[in-house]
Design a protein around this ligand. Structure first.
Ligand code: ATP
Ligand code: MG
Length: 384
């Protein structure tokens, strides 16, 4: 079986690696020049995009910002999963908010702004602490601005003056003081089978994900149920096929959706080592209509996993492989500030053990590049 992935980054690479074990061949499209490439070497393959579309049993995406003409060509083949509407929901915050409101799924209070003068009424309606997001092409905190007091409004307006808001409106959200950030990753197959992974807790630094822990500490059955309900409403509402990631804010006992990613997601990477079926494998199974695999933590009731992103550096000491339960994943990219270079998965039989493994790991990783690691390790280590 063959799957064609739009995008040739690390997510396509990890789909390729997991697909190979099942005899599924994954090819990637470099969307900058429409060439078909090998997902690991990135070298061009000897076929045109049209031939690869013809050859593939399913087409899918590794990111939502694929140029629309390419998505339309893929959709026309009848083999694109998830479909173009779901991908565009993930690519456009205005569509995303409309979907969430339409399905009555709790999300952050917001206003859509296509004229800077409307920012004043946002302050009236939502309060003066705001987070302003470009509705398209944002990721890892890029394309976002924050307002802390109304007095900063004139300066913010001049900063935003060059944007064409008629073309790309802003979504202005109330700045929430949530208790923590969690995410739910799940898959729905073409025949409608659904599996969800345990809720993961996500630690961000400067708008970027640094560490995920799954299951999230103290995530009750009721909280997981709430997340599962949200997931089911979303996938059924969109007739969605593939892995869908739902980023959530937890406020007390309530979950609010922050955003959706119509694809495998960084906060699900732990599943490579920590679950019987990784999110990459389940995504391939879903789009090819194969039975989905178990999405629990491997190793019994108390088993836990963490994922640590390697961001903006490539000078780690490989002696870290000596820490038991460590799995290393490298994407083969040239180092750049804030660029995700790889990640480390760690599995353990309980939180305290996970904490002590992360503490051992933190001895090999600099605080400058891994600012959340030792604090998170200590927090986990103190869990009984
Ligand atoms: P991603 O890389 O996840 O796609 P992104 O740049 O698309 O990120 P968001 O997930 O919307 O953007 O926001 C990035 C981070 O900013 C969130 O993980 C959260 O920490 C913070 N944030 C976003 N919206 C709000 C909000 N309304 N209130 C408080 N914090 C927020
Ligand atoms: Mg996000």
């Amino acid at each position: 079986m063959q799957v064609l992935v739009y995008g040739a980054g690390q997510l396509a690479q990890m789909m390729y690696l997991d697909g190979a074990a099942l005899g599924i061949n994954v090819m990637a499209v470099d969307v900058n020049n429409n060439t078909v490439v090998h997902p690991v070497s990135k070298l061009p393959l000897e076929c045109t995009l049209e031939q690869a579309i013809e050859l593939a049993d399913a087409l899918t995406v590794e990111f939502e910002h694929v140029p629309e003409p390419l998505l339309e060509q893929a959709q026309a083949s009848g083999k694109l999963y998830p479909g173009i509407d779901a991908i565009l929901v993930g690519a456009d915050r205005v569509r995303e908010k409309a979907l969430l409101s339409g399905l009555a799924i709790p999300n952050c209070p917001y206003q859509v702004v296509d004229d800077l003068a409307q920012l004043d009424s946002c302050v009236d309606k939502l309060g003066e602490r705001l987070i302003i997001k470009a509705s398209r092409d944002g990721y890892d905190g890029y394309g976002q601005w924050r307002l802390k007091t109304a007095s900063e409004l004139p300066a913010l307006k001049s900063q935003l003056a060059e944007l064409d808001l008629k073309k790309v409106p802003l979504v202005v959200e109330q700045m929430l003081s949530f208790d923590r950030e969690v995410s739910l990753i799940g898959a729905r197959s073409k025949s409608g089978q659904v599996v969800v992974y345990p809720l993961a807790e996500n630690l961000h630094h400067e708008g970027q994900l640094h560490v995920s822990v799954a299951p999230a500490i103290a995530s009750s059955a009721a909280l997981n149920e709430q997340a599962r309900d949200i997931f089911t409403k979303l996938v059924n509402g969109m007739d969605y096929v593939g892995v869908l990631a739902v980023e959530l804010f937890q406020c007390g006992d309530e979950l609010l959706v922050n955003e959706l990613a119509p694809r495998v997601h960084n906060s699900g990477h732990w599943s490579q080592a920590g679950s019987p079926t990784s999110q990459f494998e389940n995504h391939l199974r879903a789009v090819l209509d194969l039975p989905l695999g178990l999405a629990c933590n491997t190793g019994g009731e108390a088993a836990v996993s963490a994922m640590i992103n390697i961001i903006g550096c490539d000078n780690h000491n490989m002696a870290l492989l000596g820490v038991p339960g460590v799995h290393f994943n490298w994407y083969g990219k040239t180092v750049r500030r804030k660029r995700k270079m790889g990640h480390i998965n760690v599995t353990a039989s309980n939180y305290a053990e996970l904490g002590s493994k992360l503490l051992s790991l933190s001895e090999y990783l600099s605080l400058a590049h891994f600012p959340c690691l030792s604090e998170e390790a200590s927090r986990l280590a103190s869990e009984s």
